[in-house]
Design a protein around this ligand. Structure first.
Ligand code: ADP
Ligand code: MG
Length: 704
C-alpha cells in the first residue's frame, strides 16, 4: 500500500502580470509507507515545491494528492490541521523553531497543539531527547542560544513528537558541518524504519549512503528513480480522521511568554490605555459633577433673592433694521394684573437712583472704590441664609448702622487696613438732585436734594459664592426704606402743600422719571424659594422682565461649563481614538514581528483561531491590567483634582465619577468602561489582522 500518491500534479507560479513559471509539470508519484526517500535535483528544479504540496503548505494548480487513498483537496480545515499536526512532521533547513521558547517547549508544542496534557507532552519530549543523548542541561535553554546542529536535532524531535507517519525534511543538513550532518542522517535513517521519510537534499554523497530510493527531478519533471533497496510495505496506518484538535494550554503558555518578552511594549500599551480610560472617567465625572456643584454653589449668594423688574418695549425705527428698546417701571394697573406671578415677591420701587450700588464709601479719609453697596430686603431669618455667615453675626434687628460683608471684601479690607475688618467704621455717602416739572410757567422746575450720610460698621462676614469676586457690603433695605419714608422733599412739599417723602415720590413717580431707575425691585419673600426662582422667572411673558444678578451669574457659569464639557468630550473622543490607534499600532507590530511564529504554528497543525487567540489574549491582558489600574487611579485623581479646584475656585466636588449610578442605572458606568475597554482590545486585535494579509506559511518559511 502506498501512503502518499500524486497524480498529474502541476504547479504554476505567476511571476508578472502575464508571465508564469511552471515549477512542477504533470508529475505522478507514489510513496511507500516507510523508508527514506530522497528527492534530488538542481536548484530551482521544483523539489521544495513538491514537498510543500505534499505537506499541505501549498496547493497544486492541477492534479490530485491522495493520502491513504483520500483526496486531500476535499479536506476541510480541521482535517488539514490534523494532517499537519498528527500525520506528518516537518524539518526545515533553517529549523524554524520558536527561538524565544525553550528546547523542551518547542518539542512539546505539536503534542500540546494535538491536545496532550503538559505532563504527557513533557514525558514524551524528554524520552525523545534522551533517545538521541541530547545534553540535559540544554532542555530549558532558549533555542536562540543553541548551535546549528543542536537546533536541527530539536527540529527533528519536534517533528517526531506526535509519532507521525511521514516526515518531510527539506535540506536538513544544508547548514550543518559534516559531523552534524551524519548525526542527523543517522536519526532520519533510524526513524525511517517504521515511517516514510521524504528528504530533499543536494548532498549526493549523503543521499547515496542513506536513501532507499532516489527520485531525480529536473525542470519539474521526474528524470529517473533509483531504487537502492527494496522497500517493504509495513503499513498499518489509520486514516486521517480522529478526535479534533483543541486549543488549550499552549495558547496560554505562549501568551504568557509573549507578554513577558514584550513587557516594555505592553507597559506602553497599558499606560496609553490607562491615560485614555482615566481621562474618560474624569471627563465624564466632570460633566456629571460640575452641574450639581455649580448649582449648589450658585444658590449660595447672599442677595440671591434680589432682582429688578421692568417692562421692555421695543419700538421699530422706520427705515432701519434697529429698534428702540425702552425700559420702564411697572405701573399700578399692570401690577394688579401680574399679582399671581408676583406673589412670591415683595415688590418695591427701585431706589438705585438715591442709593446706587457704588456710593462713596470711606473709612477715615480712605475712599474704598472697589466696594459695592448692595441691598438685602431684611436681615431677618426668612430673607437670608444663615449658613453663609462665617464670621461675626447678621444683625438681629434691621437697622441702618450695621452691615455685613462678603469674604472678598473681608480679605480686601484686611489687607488694606492691616486689621480686623469686623467692627470697622465707614461712612456711606450718596446724593441726588431731583427735578420736579410743574405746569406752572413761573415756577417750572422744583428742585430737591437727597443727601444720604450714614456711618456704618461691619458686624459679620458671609461666605457667598461670587463668580466675579467683587467685594460687597450688604445693607438692610427695610431700614433704608424707613429712612426714605421719614425724609421729605422740602421744596416740593411746600410747593404742593403736603408732606411728600422720598419714598412717596419714588413710588408714585412717572415711568419716565429718572428717580424711578426705570424699574422696580423684587425681593424674594422666602429664601427657601431660591431653587424655583429661575423657573418662576421664565413663566413671565413679554414685555415684562425680571433680572436676577445671581441667576445671570449662574447661567453664565452653566454656559461656560457646557462649553468646557463639550470641549472635553471632544477631547475624550480624540483620547479614545488615539488610545485605540496606539494599541492597534503596537499590536500590529507585534503581530508582524511574529508572523513567522504564526507560520510555524500553522505547519505544526495549530488552527487559525488558536493562533489568533494568542494575540487576542495578549491584548485582553493589557486591557485587563489597564482597567484595574484605571479603576484604582481615577477616584484618586478625581479627589486630587477636586482638592486643587476647590482651593482655586471654591467649587466642591466638581468631578464626580458616577461609579454607583449613571443616568439612573446602577453600575452602568463601570459596565460602560469595561465594555469600552473590551471594544478597544478587540479593535486592537482585529484591525491589524484585517490589514495584514493572510499568513502564507510557505512564504514566511521559505528558505532564504
Ligand atoms: P528547488 O528545487 O530549488 O527547491 P523550488 O521548488 O523552490 O526549487 O522552485 C521551483 C521553481 O519554481 C523555481 O524556478 C522557482 O523560481 C519557482 N518558484 C518557487 N516558488 C515560487 C514563488 N512563490 N513564486 C514564483 N516562483 C516560484
Ligand atoms: Mg528548495
Amino acid at each position: 500500500m502506498y501512503i502518499l500518491r500524486i497524480s498529474n500534479i502541476s504547479k504554476k507560479f505567476k511571476i508578472d502580470d502575464n508571465k508564469e513559471r511552471i515549477a512542477l509539470d504533470r508529475m505522478s508519484l507514489m510513496f511507500p509507507s516507510n523508508g527514506l526517500i530522497s528527492i534530488v535535483g538542481k536548484s530551482g528544479s521544483g523539489k521544495s515545491t513538491l514537498l510543500n504540496i505534499l505537506s499541505l503548505m501549498d496547493e497544486p494548480t492541477n492534479g490530485v494528492v491522495y493520502y491513504m487513498n483520500k483526496r486531500m483537496d476535499r479536506w476541510n480545515n480541521r482535517q488539514k490541521e490534523k494532517y499537519r499536526n498528527k500525520e506528518i512532521g516537518m524539518i526545515f533547513q533553517h529549523y524554524h523553531l520558536l527561538e524565544n521558547e525553550t528546547v523542551l517547549f518547542n518539542i512539546m508544542l505539536p503534542a500540546l497543539i494535538g491536545g496532550k496534557s503538559v505532563k504527557e507532552a513533557e514525558i514524551a519530549a524528554k524520552n525523545l531527547l534522551k533517545s538521541i543523548d541530547f545534553k540535559e542541561y540544554l532542555y530549558d535553554q532558549k533555542c536562540a542560544d543553541l548551535s546549528g546542529g543542536e537546533k536541527e536535532r530539536v527540529a527533528i524531535l519536534r517533528a517526531l513528537i506526535n509519532d507521525p507517519k511521514i516526515v518531510f525534511a527539506d535540506e536538513p543538513t544544508g547548514a550543518l558541518d559534516e559531523k552534524n550532518s551524519y548525526l542527523v542522517m543517522d536519526i532520519l535513517k533510524k526513524i525511517s524504519k517504521d515511517r516514510l521519510v521524504i528528504l530533499v537534499s543536494h548532498n549526493m554523497s549523503l543521499v547515496e549512503q542513506y536513501a532507499d530510493e532516489i527520485i531525480h527531478i529536473k525542470d519539474g519533471h521526474i528524470e529517473k528513480i533509483e531504487d537502492k533497496e527494496v522497500v517493504t510495505d509495513q503499513s498499518n496506518a489509520s486514516d486521517g480522521k480522529g478526535k479534533t484538535i483543541k486549543s488549550s494550554k499552549w495558547v496560554s503558555l505562549l501568551t504568557k511568554s509573549n507578554f513577558k518578552r514584550r513587557l516594555k511594549r505592553n507597559i506602553v500599551s497599558i499606560s496609553s490605555l490607562i491615560i485614555g480610560l482615566v481621562s474618560s472617567m474624569l471627563i465624564i465625572g466632570f460633566s456629571n459633577g460640575s452641574k450639581t456643584s455649580v448649582q449648589n454653589k450658585s444658590y449660595r449668594q447672599f442677595n440671591y433673592g434680589v432682582s429688578t423688574f421692568y417692562k421692555e418695549t421695543k419700538q421699530e425705527i422706520p427705515g432701519s433694521k434697529m429698534s428702540l428698546v425702552q425700559m420702564s417701571k411697572i405701573n399700578e394697573e399692570e401690577m394688579t394684573l401680574l399679582n399671581d406671578y408676583l406673589s412670591v415677591f415683595i415688590v418695591e420701587p427701585n431706589t438705585d437712583a438715591l442709593l446706587p450700588s457704588c456710593p462713596t464709601i470711606k473709612c477715615g479719609e480712605e475712599k474704598l472704590e472697589e466696594l459695592t453697596y448692595q441691598p438685602i430686603y431684611s436681615f431677618e431669618k426668612q430673607y437670608v441664609d444663615p449658613s453663609l455667615v462665617i464670621n461675626g453675626y447678621v444683625p438681629q434687628v434691621d437697622n441702618p448702622f450695621e452691615v455685613v460683608i462678603n469674604q472678598k471684601a473681608y480679605s480686601y479690607l484686611k489687607s488694606k487696613f492691616n486689621s480686623e475688618p469686623i467692627g470697622l467704621e465707614f461712612t456711606v455717602h450718596s446724593d441726588f438732585e431731583y427735578h420736579y416739572y410743574t405746569n406752572n410757567d413761573f415756577n417750572p422746575v422744583i428742585t430737591d436734594y437727597f443727601i444720604y450720610d450714614k456711618s456704618v460698621h461691619i458686624v459679620g462676614v458671609v461666605d457667598d459664592f461670587n463668580f466675579l469676586s467683587t467685594p460687597k457690603m450688604y445693607y438692610s433695605y427695610s431700614s433704608f426704606k424707613e429712612y426714605l419714608e421719614e425724609s421729605l422733599l422740602n421744596n416740593l412739599s411746600s410747593y404742593l402743600n403736603e408732606d411728600i417723602s422720598w419714598y412717596d415720590r419714588i413710588s408714585t413717580c412717572d415711568n419716565s422719571d429718572t428717580i424711578s431707575s426705570y424699574s422696580n425691585r423684587l425681593f424674594l419673600k422666602d429664601i427657601s424659594n431660591i431653587p424655583i426662582l429661575k423657573e418662576y422667572i421664565s413663566f413671565l411673558s413679554e414685555p415684562y422682565k425680571i433680572d436676577c444678578l445671581a441667576i445671570s451669574i449662574s447661567d453664565t457659569l452653566f454656559d461656560l461649563m457646557d462649553a468646557a464639557t463639550m470641549g472635553m468630550e471632544l477631547f475624550l473622543i480624540i483620547a479614545l481614538a488615539g488610545t485605540a490607534l496606539i494599541l492597534g499600532i503596537i499590536s500590529f507590530s507585534s503581530y508582524s514581528e511574529d508572523k513567522k511564529t504564526s507560520a510555524i504554528l500553522t505547519c505544526l497543525g495549530a488552527n487559525r483561531k488558536s493562533i489568533f487567540s494568542i494575540y487576542a489574549r495578549e491584548n485582553f491582558l493589557v486591557g485587563g491590567v489597564a482597567l484595574i489600574a484605571s479603576f484604582a487611579l481615577s477616584p484618586l485623581l478625581a479627589w486630587l483634582a477636586n482638592l486643587i479646584i476647590k482651593n482655586i475656585t471654591t467649587f466642591e466636588n466638581i468631578i464626580r465619577i458616577p461609579f454607583l449610578s449613571f443616568m439612573n442605572v446602577p453600575l452602568l458606568f463601570p459596565l460602560i468602561i469595561i465594555l469600552g475597554t473590551l471594544v478597544i482590545a478587540l479593535l486592537a486585535t482585529y484591525i491589524p489582522l484585517m490589514f495584514s494579509k493572510k499568513i502564507s506559511p510557505r512564504e514566511e518559511l521559505m528558505d532564504e
